[in-house]
Design a protein around this ligand. Structure first.
Ligand SMILES: NC(=O)c1ccc[n+]([C@@H]2O[C@H](COP(=O)([O-])OP(=O)(O)OC[C@H]3O[C@@H](n4cnc5c(N)ncnc54)[C@H](O)[C@@H]3O)[C@@H](O)[C@H]2O)c1
Length: 322
């Protein structure tokens, strides 16, 4: 299979590329990435001589169409996105560009090349937040995004669902809960805890850290994506979750314990506007594909910290690790 991986130099995309190349060495992978602040080509270094890397923007439909033709692409896996909620609150325009126009650009290519399967990587944040005690979201739950980031991801998903219906393109969507692991952009929550703690600096945590997140180690997510790519059904949405809900304060404390740093480094700061309280997903669709998470939160934290310690955050993982 020839696969175009968009956003493949980012956090989750780079893990997908490394693991896919290890498991399916005969597949040809083309990575298209704009290399924003979140993308680092060096994360792909272990496989760079065995893939094709293209520096470019997914909204460049001519470029994507040309790559699809030149490399006889069978499937596109779209990780390309603006992903940081705080940045979207500052300025939503780059989010509209990549998360909406970018998805539409990929749809345009699929309309002209209907044999291509498009797998769009989305997020639980499209549902907005839940109150304590609310049941987990299903694929039928109404989308109520709270942040500009989540709203643009929801818009991309809706454009894709409409293209499946109207143009009959082959496409699938995954929506996952919070990921963590090596390669994550510095400004996300757990990398912030690690970076500050390693320098014995105060660690900013919103409000009293009571918000709840369901944490999934990144390779468990990419394993689920592989299953949807190979065994999923067109037109379906797959919800991926670890079922390991934790308050942010407890996640930060566990991480500090792994780092051997005092919990007293945590400092509560003014809350993010519109901050989502809690997410939870009904993962039955992905469990039905024989997926289950392999890495516990404690184990995942150790692996993540080891990466920061061993290699410095700019070094790549050995191929397939994670
Ligand atoms: N990180 C999480 O916890 C999480 C959870 C669920 C879903 N997701 C989704 O998974 C996907 C990947 O997330 P991530 O955390 O790896 O993101 P990331 O921010 O780490 O990486 C995004 C990548 O996309 C690239 N990119 C951005 N705009 C582009 C453009 N216009 N054209 C080409 N490349 C572009 C960036 O350079 C970067 O390499 C996103 O769609 C996100 O919504 C993430």
């Amino acid at each position: 299979m020839n696969v175009l991986v968009t956003g493949g130099a980012g956090f989750i995309g780079s893990h997908f590329v490394l693991r896919h190349k290890e498991r399916f060495p005969d597949d040809f992978l083309v990575v298209l990435d704009k290399l924003t602040y979140a993308g680092k080509k060096e994360y792909l270094q272990p496989v760079l001589d065995r893939i094709r890397f293209i520096h470019g923007d997914i909204t460049n439909t001519l470029l994507v169409a040309d790559l699809a033709k030149q490399y006889a692409i069978d499937a596109m896996v779209n990780f390309a996105a603006e992903t940081h909620v705080d940045r979207s609150i500052q300025n939503a325009v780059p989010f509209i560009h990549t998360n909406i126009l970018g998805v539409q650009s990929l749809i345009e290519v699929c309309k002209k090349s209907p044999h291509i399967l498009l797998l769009n990587i989305s997020t639980d944040e499209v549902y907005g937040d839940l109150k304590d005690g609310d049941p987990p979201c299903t694929v039928d739950t109404v989308l109520r995004p709270s942040s500009p980031y989540a709203a643009t991801k929801a818009a991309g998903d809706l454009l894709l669902l409409s293209a499946i219906r109207t143009f009959g393109i082959h496409a699938r969507i995954t929506r996952c809960t919070n990921n963590y692991g090596p390669h994550q952009a510095d400004e996300k929550f757990l990398p912030t805890v690690i970076r500050h703690a390693m320098k014995d600096e105060r660690i900013p945590v919103y409000r009293e850290g009571k918000n709840k997140r369901d944490w999934l180690y990144v390779s468990d997510h990419t394993d689920a994506i592989e299953l949807v790519l190979t065994k999923g059904k067109d037109g379906q949405i797959y919800l991926i979750a670890a079922d390991a809900e934790l308050q942010n304060i407890d996640a930060a404390k566990q991480l500090l314990s792994v780092l051997g740093k005092p919990h007293s480094l945590i400092e509560f700061v003014e809350d993010r506007p519109g901050h989502d309280w809690r997410y939870a997903l009904d993962a039955s669709s992905i469990l039905a594909l024989d997926w289950k998470p392999k890495i516990s939160f404690e184990d995942g934290l150790r692996r993540t910290v080891e990466w920061y310690r061993r290699a410095g955050r700019r070094s790549p993982l050995p191929a397939g690790e994670g």
